[in-house]
Design a protein around this ligand. Structure first.
Ligand SMILES: C=C(O[C@@H]1C=C(C(=O)O)C=C[C@H]1O)C(=O)O
Length: 481
């Protein structure tokens, strides 16, 4: 892959930028193939969410990802946020080979990418963003998201460990009008750097009350749990994760940026995300669950399953935490996920390492059992190869996986689409991070569909599972207001 020597800020001088774009056009003529010019530079502090707010249009693909709070890799007071706006190149594929095809797409883009700027900065260089629906089958025609969405953005603004980095990507072929490309790029760059640091406050007073309805009766959910328990009793499977969804209608349009701003404030230990399909629909949420992240060939994944509510007083909370850590049923439900993750990684030739007992992950509304699992990734195994193996884990599907997935289809009366699906990003060096799209909602104008699920194992109580689901739905509902 060609890499031009380091240049200083190309956006300081129009002539420099033009010369670089011209050099890329010459390569595209020589190779008879479109080239992607990718420029990375450090910028002044800016909130990537404010960039998403000011720059993105409903007709463009976009992605937002933020994790505050503690991060095992970066250190304590870390914050990682990325806004990716517009698509220079994108892929939509269907079927069981979607992860392999996504990998081919990335490789073919990177072979024709000319990178410049400071590539030692965190989150610099070309990155790809997107999501893969929960089920791999082709969704119905009216589905808002295709089964895979992956794109290289026009603009990427990120912050990590107090460094702020901009990546601009341009597709250039022999016929590209460099003058107009330059004008647009220059204009957008000025717009980005002039953005005020903070996301503007939105005044929602007088918004009115939501109209809320369950997609299926909650009685139906409890009946599904009872039926699943019978199937578990007769050894058809060991675990199934059943979800419930509600539709919420607002008298005014939902404001996605405002909701994301709420989510990151309410759930600093979660991964806040938003994938926009370029047609006006957004899939947003605050997920506590990392499916996998790879940095410099070190992999981290989380077994996350087993839940109790938080207590209203410190004493009640401590008792609930102790109860969760000692619950035979919750530990069994958690262990199914650990076994699956360690076996799947071993099958790929990795050697998973983990702590002996689960930790507590305490969110503001709920607490979970969590076991981080680590492994070193051999150079010939890609992140997407591992993703293909891990998704869906028994934390969101069940075990054995195929039977559980089949049953989910018959029990649930709605399309999961991106609910509980992998969403994330990959960079040009094989690093990346995918989370599981739970605690999520599909926002479409004045309406939003909210999803939540719960793991069912022998000993589950339908009433308690429904309470857990309501708790999870509430978390998102608060942020949408
Ligand atoms: C399926 C969801 O969450 C999953 C189910 C959990 C459980 O049942 O204990 C806990 C965390 C997640 O793995 C969801 O929130 O929708």
């Amino acid at each position: 892959m060609p890499v031009t020597p380091y240049r200083t800020n190309l956006f300081q001088d129009r002539k420099d930028l033009y010369q670089f774009l011209l050099a890329c056009q010459q390569v595209s003529i020589e190779k008879e193939c479109t080239q992607i010019a990718s420029i990375s530079l450090e910028i002044d502090p800016i909130d990537p969410l404010a960039v998403l707010h000011c720059l993105s249009k409903p007709s463009q693909l976009s992605f937002y990802f933020e994790k505050r709070g503690q991060d095992e890799r970066i250190g304590e007071s870390s914050r990682r946020a990325i806004a990716a706006i517009g698509a220079v190149s994108s892929l939509k594929v269907e079927g069981s080979q979607r992860f392999a095809q996504a990998q081919d797409f990335i490789e073919s883009c990177l072979i024709n990418t000319i990178k410049t700027g400071d590539l030692s900065l965190p989150l610099s260089g070309p990155h790809f963003f997107g999501g893969f629906t929960f089920f791999e089958e082709t969704p119905t025609k009216e589905a808002y998201f295709p089964n895979s969405t992956l794109f290289l953005p026009r603009w990427q603004v990120a912050c990590q460990a107090n460094r702020y980095v901009l990546v601009a990507n341009f597709a250039i072929d022999a016929s590209a009008n460099l003058e107009s490309l330059l004008d647009r790029a220059w204009g957008d760059f000025q717009k980005i750097t002039a953005i005020k640091y903070r996301v503007p406050e939105v005044n929602f007073q007088g918004r009115g009350i939501f109209d809320q309805r369950d997609i299926t009766d909650t009685k139906y959910f409890k009946l599904a749990v009872l039926s699943a328990l019978e199937a578990i009793e007769s050894k058809q499977f060991n675990k199934i994760v059943l979800a419930h969804a509600i539709d919420v209608i607002s008298p005014t349009l939902f404001h996605v940026i405002h909701s994301l701003s709420n989510l990151r404030r309410f759930y600093p230990d979660c991964y806040v995300f938003c994938l926009s399909n370029g047609k006006g629909q957004n899939f947003i949420g605050a997920s506590p669950e990392r499916l996998l992240s790879i940095q410099d060939q070190e992999l981290l994944t989380d077994a996350l399953a087993g839940s109790f509510p938080r207590g209203k007083t410190a004493l009640e909370d401590a008792n609930l935490a102790r109860g969760l850590l000692n619950s035979e049923k919750e530990i069994r439900e958690h262990q199914v996920v650990i076994d699956f993750l360690t076996q799947s990684l071993s099958r790929l030739g990795l050697m998973p390492r983990r702590s002996l007992s689960p930790h507590l992950l305490q969110l503001s509304n709920i607490q979970h059992l969590r076991t981080p699992i680590r492994a070193t990734v051999p150079a010939d195994v890609s992140l997407l190869q591992i993703l293909a193996e891990l998704h869906p884990t028994p934390a969101v599907a069940g075990a054995p996986r195929d039977i559980a997935c089949q049953r989910i289809r018959s029990y649930e009366a709605f399309e999961r689409s991106l609910y509980a699906a992998p969403l994330g990003w990959l960079d040009h060096k094989g690093n990346g991070e995918f989370i599981v799209g739970i605690r999520s909602a599909l926002v479409n104008g004045c309406s939003a569909r909210l999803y939540a699920g719960a793991g069912i194992v022998a000993g589950s109580d339908p009433e308690k599972e429904l309470t857990e689901i309501k708790l999870k739905l509430q978390a998102l509902l608060q942020a949408l207001v």
